[in-house]
Design a protein around this ligand. Structure first.
Ligand code: GLY
Length: 445
């Protein structure tokens, strides 16, 4: 019976633990978490609370439990080098080593990697170490600029012209503020189109795709309000998305394969873990927005419940470089994930709904859905939210309308000062996505 350590404490790690637990090998699961997630704990023989930056503690725990391998959920431990530290102790991991995790932790590294190895997909971009030339470059960009710091920002550090700032003078102020904290700033062209996530398993040589997903970052219905960690996501039974051409996904996978190869040529190390490409379909094809070195949250909740291949075997294939010998298969079903959040999530601290942060919630009869715990605190007298996303509710069915209805019905049974996005996965929203792409690409998608 294998024993496996899951690192992380959110809904993503809850679904990772659940998917490992349904392996035929009946693994003993352990979790190293920053806070106590009751969903993860329910699949584990034991859990430990700790700080992901304390590599000695993580490795000591893994060694003490004699785990066969670790699965690293979030990006922060990857950035800290947890996979390198585990490797030094002879424990393999699903997750890239620190220098390979730069794929996510340094957006500038990734842009330059694609350029150096002649891989298509970069938008027009420039890296600045001072404000010299920033204004001129921004004026050259027909649809405005996107400004990114070079480091982890929890999905909330990207500044978009038209959304977060307007004039070139404001853009300069944004760059100046970033350069006060970072040595360089990335300025890119603003792209118009529809975003999609393609999460792939990689063993350093072979790349295997999971179904494509569309996430929704904005807090409110109609993609309004502040950016969040993600309010929900959906996927289709054919594993594509209705606003994409089949060729878009072929290209996205091709880019990811070339990047895996480029990473090896650049570092001499094999990337073993998840390569999650955030892409955008535009008028003349697709562009890469960014890579993440981990599964998406919420997107992991769309794809892992559909996985037919034994997850422990798949993880071992990633670690052993044997992915080419494996059929990575997913059920042909639709999924709709909606995050239940405190009403005050993503809003200013003085907003009237701020009192919902930390409030108690009640999960009633939710029916045939999956519930994944995110930032919740299980106390003796019940379940409490924090200031972040609380529960991922996932409806799965033969078609998207049925999956969406299941998720909505389940959310009716969740009591407390909560909110969610009722538009995610609806026919109306998806039609708008298709119309948007038709407008960008002419009448043909
Ligand atoms: N869905 C956004 C992320 O996981 O970064």
């Amino acid at each position: 019976m294998p024993s496996i350590l899951v690192i992380g404490h959110g809904a993503r790690e809850h679904v990772i633990a659940e998917t490992l637990a349904r392996s035929e090998s009946r693994p003993d699961l352990y979790a190293f978490m920053k806070s106590n997630n009751p969903g993860i704990a329910s699949h584990c023989v034991e859990t430990r609370l700790g700080d992901y930056g304390d590599l000695e503690d993580v490795v000591g725990y893994a060694r003490g439990k004699g785990v066969d391998f670790a699965f690293v959920g979030p990006e922060y431990p990857l950035e800290r080098g947890v996979v390198d530290a585990l490797a030094d102790a002879g424990i393999p991991a699903v997750g890239p080593m620190k220098s390979l995790a730069r794929l996510e932790t340094s957006k500038i590294f990734t842009r330059r990697l694609l350029d150096k190895y002649g891989i298509q997909g970069n938008p027009a971009f420039r890296v600045f170490t001072s404000l010299d030339g920033v204004e001129e470059f921004i004026r050259e960009l027909p649809r405005g600029a996107v400004i990114k710091p070079d480091g982890l920002t929890g999905g909330k550090g990207v500044m978009v012209q038209g959304d977060h700032f307007d004039s070139a003078a404001e853009a300069l102020a944004v760059c100046r503020a970033i350069l006060e904290r970072h040595s360089s700033v990335l300025v890119e062209e603003r792209l118009e189109g529809e975003e999609f996530s393609l999460q792939c398993f990689c063993d350093g040589v072979t790349v295997a795709a999971t179904p494509a997903v569309q996430d929704h970052k904005r807090r409110f219905v109609g993609d309004r309000g502040p950016n969040t960690g993600g309010m929900g996501s959906y996927s289709f039974p054919d594993h594509g998305l209705p606003f994409l051409r089949p060729d878009d996904l072929t290209q996205a996978l091709e880019i990811t394969k070339k990047v895996a190869d480029a990473l090896y040529r650049e570092t001499g190390l094999r990337y073993k873990g998840i390569m999650y490409g955030g892409f955008i379909a535009v008028a003349d094809g697709i562009r890469l927005l960014e890579y993440n070195a981990r599964l998406g949250d919420p997107e992991a909740m769309n794809v892992l419940p559909l996985l037919k291949t034994d997850f422990v075997d798949l993880c071992r294939a990633v670690i052993d470089g044997a992915l080419a010998d494996m059929d990575v298969e997913f059920e042909r079903k639709a999924t709709v994930c909606k995050y239940v959040v405190p009403k005050g999530y993503g809003l200013p601290a003085d907003h009237p709904d701020a009192s919902s942060l930390g409030a108690k919630i009640h999960v009633g009869e939710v029916g045939d859905v999956k519930i994944y715990y995110s930032s919740v605190d299980l106390r003796e007298d019940g379940l409490y939210m924090t200031s972040s996303r609380a529960l991922g509710v996932v409806g799965i069915d033969e078609d998207i309308a049925a999956a969406e209805r299941k998720a909505e019905k389940a959310i009716e049974a969740i009591g407390g000062p909560v909110d969610h996005r009722p538009d995610i996965g609806t026919e109306d929203l998806i039609r708008k996505r298709v119309e948007h792409m038709k407008k960008e690409r002419g009448s043909n998608l």
